[in-house]
Design a protein around this ligand. Structure first.
Ligand SMILES: O=P(O)(O)O[C@H]1O[C@H](CO)[C@@H](O)[C@H]1O
Ligand SMILES: O=c1cc[nH]c(=O)[nH]1
Length: 325
């Protein structure tokens, strides 16, 4: 029996919940460990991470992922593959000639995952349901692998508010469409609300990674919505029951409250990482100024080059951090 409660093989009984920390008892809030707040996991014969086509029996997760210190996620599989290639160059890794970077989850096409040294680059699809499934499985994967002191980053795209398109926003706080910094989830038919908390120090460090670039990096609140069209006050969806004045009043009010960009995963990301004791940050480029319009009409090659900007910032941070590991 420990001070905190009953020490089990994989965790500690705290207030009726087992807080798993991969074999080590810990005090609530202790740094470093991934918290799996689920008493059932330790009783399972095997944990199958279905959407990654990985599992605790079929794969040696510790060997595959035990050294991971940075998890970078973004919506598109192609972007996250590009980020992995970018990291190979930036971190000076060698991919033997003739060999490609392997998509670790290629037995399924739900998500794509690449590993470059201590960095994982993983796609999450669009919206909260998709990112939440991915985060459940990656958090468990990090836990099974025994990873410690892991930082998570969302590298994404967004609509800006009052910013020059192409500007990068490091999120100070993620809020929903009503301005709440918490994620509501229906669990057994009841609303379970968990705070969404991003790491302030990490956000500051990322802001400082801005150098003499040809784009601006600013800090601001990010609004996370459950829909790209009506949820973000667009006038160009298949349906719309409000007029332009009402749309502009809403977006202007968001801007007045400090919101500088709009996307679709940050609140859930901040809530799940915080619940697991993981430091996290959100860095998104803005593709348009929503105070000027709704359609994303910039040519795709330009959008592609802008989508590299958050990668540049996060890669600089990773390089800095790797010097201290
Ligand atoms: O560029 P990603 O990371 O996919 O993020 C943004 O783009 C998608 C909408 O086009 C949403 O998922 C939104 O959050
Ligand atoms: O306007 C935008 C652009 C990218 N992603 C969003 O969610 N909204």
């Amino acid at each position: 029996m420990s001070e905190e409660g009953i020490t089990t093989l994989n965790g500690t009984m705290m207030n009726g919940n087992i807080e798993l920390t991969n074999g080590r008892a810990h005090k609530e809030g202790a740094n470093g460990f991934i918290h799996i707040k689920n008493p059932h996991i330790s009783n399972m014969d095997e944990d199958v991470l279905y959407h990654f086509a990985l599992g605790t029996k079929s794969h040696d997760l510790k060997k595959m992922f035990g050294d991971v210190k940075f998890v970078c996620i973004g919506g598109s599989p192609r972007r996250m593959e590009r980020f992995a290639h970018f990291l190979v160059k930036e971190l000076g890794y060698n991919v033997p000639s003739g060999l490609a970077l392997e998509n670790i989850t290629n037995a399924t096409d739900r998500y794509a995952m690449y590993k470059v040294g201590p960095v994982l680059s993983v796609s999450h699809g669009m919206g909260v349901p998709s990112v939440s499934i991915m985060l459940h499985e990656i958090i468990k994967m990090m836990f099974h692998a025994g990873c410690t002191d892991v930082e998570f980053f969302r590298i994404g795209t967004s609509g800006g508010l009052g910013l020059k398109p192409g500007t990068v926003v490091v999120t100070s706080e993620a809020v929903d469409g009503q301005g709440k910094a918490s994620q509501d989830n229906l669990v057994l038919g009841k609303v379970v609300s968990r705070p969404s908390v991003l790491d302030k120090d990490l956000a500051e460090r990322l802001l400082q990674c801005s150098m003499n670039d040809d784009f601006e990096v600013i800090m601001g609140k990010t609004m996370c919505t459950d829909d790209f069209y009506e949820g973000q006050g667009r006038l160009d969806g298949a349906f719309c029951d409000y007029n332009e004045d009402e749309k502009m009043a809403y977006l202007q009010d968001c801007h007045n409250r400090g919101v500088r960009n709009i996307e679709m995963e940050s609140v859930c990301f901040g809530s799940m990482c915080h619940h697991a004791g993981i430091k996290c940050a959100v860095v998104c480029v803005t593709l348009l100024d929503r105070l000027q319009g709704d359609q994303v009409s910039t040519p795709h090659d330009v959008l592609d080059s802008w989508s590299q900007r958050p990668m540049t910032i996060v890669a600089r941070h990773i390089k800095n951090r790797m010097k201290t590991l």
